[in-house]
Design a protein around this ligand. Structure first.
Ligand SMILES: Cc1cc2nc3c(=O)[nH]c(=O)nc-3n(C[C@H](O)[C@H](O)[C@H](O)COP(=O)(O)OP(=O)(O)OC[C@H]3O[C@@H](n4cnc5c(N)ncnc54)[C@H](O)[C@@H]3O)c2cc1C
Length: 403
């Protein structure tokens, strides 16, 4: 065994150098064509730390041997953030998965799965304020590292707004980050530090009361005020998810709204289908594309994309539009996905996240690059993502030029 392998195997109890594991851990949810696979490098090893000491020991090996690390949750992000672009060590956080509920908050380790957390909180009379619709699989650390909106974002905003503090590991050790500094970690795809645990604000109460309304997208904007969560599923997506063939709005409230004359049965069906896209993504050949729109222009944009299967998630200050494309040829589908975002930009919208695909969109805080240089001078934390370009993002830029 060479010295790198020897050091790594001393630093952490669970490690794997097997070629099949290295291949499996080289990609996340994003589909990569055989041509683009040439830009992906298999990791040299996968580690599954069980505590902070092991994470720090792996970082020390990374620093000594100048081999980057790529953190990984459940790999459900479609932005390629956990894809390995360099010879690296993949740090799979799935074994750091304990949590504790205290003082109206929950402190959860990075590898906790969102839905597991929600179930345990419910037993204690609490609930998550926000969670992604990939909650049955995705992890606390993975979603915070990607950033974004989900169930509950109408009332509580994006995930970053619901974080009290996070503890991160970098080459200087472990630090607790809160307040304004969270912007250097939420949405940075693990390029500035490894999230170990997080303190989340939770809400009191259980299942929301749900109502369905068959209405146009434009009309739905007049109905969502006061809801905890609202999402719009158009007829094409409704058929796919088995919730009817009408354009429908789901309105969820934290308390009963007996005065509302809306369809409770439809509401409960729509609520119960909120995780179905995860299953559909596994079972059918579909590709997601998404963009964030201001409320003012969302109806006009929606008109342009209504022929697709579309879901809109309403957040405090924006609408997240998700287009679901049937996969008909890798490159033509990828071009359609890019066109969806370009169209959104025409209406004052933006790409949802950066990851491996869109670092050039510059949606992150301007001084994030300086912060990265300060905490990771040797560029070993998930290089080529979020704020740094890579070969694949250069091709995405070319695709954006196609009229
Ligand atoms: C069907 C479906 C529905 C989805 N719904 C939503 C939604 O409602 N809202 C939304 O925003 N997204 C959604 N997503 C995208 C994705 O599921 C979320 O971003 C998700 O929470 C990512 O979690 P993960 O554990 O899979 O992270 P991964 O995909 O494993 O990682 C995401 C990024 O975080 C980094 N990372 C992982 N763990 C750590 C850590 N401990 N420290 C630092 N960096 C880390 C990775 O390197 C990568 O860059 C959806 C995806 C699918 C397939």
């Amino acid at each position: 065994m060479d010295s790198f392998k020897m050091e790594l195997s001393r630093s952490v109890r669970r490690y794997d150098f097997h070629p099949i594991q290295r291949m499996l851990y080289s990609q996340d949810f994003i589909e990569i064509s055989p041509f683009l696979k040439r830009f992906i490098k298999y990791p040299v090893c996968i580690v599954q730390p069980e505590n902070d000491e092991e994470v720090l020991a792996v970082l020390e090996v990374s620093r000594r041997f100048k081999i980057p690390v790529v953190p990984r949750g459940a790999a459900t992000s479609a932005y390629g953030g956990a894809t390995t672009l360099k010879k690296c060590i993949v740090i799979d956080f799935s074994r750091m998965n304990s949590f504790e509920i205290k003082n109206g908050c929950v402190v959860a380790e990075s590898g906790v799965v969102w839905l597991d957390l929600e179930k345990e909180l419910k037993k204690a009379g609490y609930a998550l304020r926000v969670y992604p619709t990939s909650a049955p699989a995705s992890t606390v650390g993975g979603w915070i590292a990607q950033g974004g909106y989900g169930v509950g974002s109408l009332k509580y905003g994006d995930i970053g707004k619901n974080v009290e503090w996070i503890e991160v590991a970098d080459f200087d050790g472990v630090k607790r980050v809160k307040g304004d500094e969270l912007k250097y970690y939420v949405g940075l795809f693990g390029t500035t530090g490894l999230i170990l645990r997080v303190c989340l604000r939770v809400r009191e109460g259980g299942e929301p009361s749900n109502y369905g309304v068959k209405c146009s997208f434009k009309d739905s904007l007049d109905l969502i005020e006061g809801a905890y969560h609202a999402s719009y599923v158009n007829r094409n997506l409704g058929k796919m998810l088995g919730c009817g063939d009408s354009d429908s709005l789901l309105l969820s409230f934290e308390d009963q709204k007996s005065e509302l004359d809306f369809d409770v049965e439809l509401g409960n069906i729509l609520w119960s289908r909120r995780f179905y896209l995860l299953k559909a993504a596994k079972d059918t050949n579909i590709v997601f594309t998404e963009a964030v729109l201001p409320y003012e222009t969302a109806p006009e944009f929606y008109q342009k994309v209504d022929k697709l299967a579309v879901e809109a998630i309403f957040a405090q200050d924006c609408v997240v539009m998700l287009g679901i494309l049937p996969e008909r040829g890798y490159y033509s589908t990828a071009l359609k996905a890019v066109k969806f975002i370009k169209m959104a930009e025409k209406y004052g919208g933006r790409t949802y996240a950066t990851g491996m695909l869109f670092p050039h969109k510059k949606i992150l805080d301007k001084d994030a690059a300086d912060y990265k240089k300060a905490v990771d001078p040797e560029n070993l934390l998930n290089p080529g993502k979020a704020i740094q370009g890579n070969a694949i993002s250069k091709l995405v830029r070319l695709a954006e030029m196609v009229p």
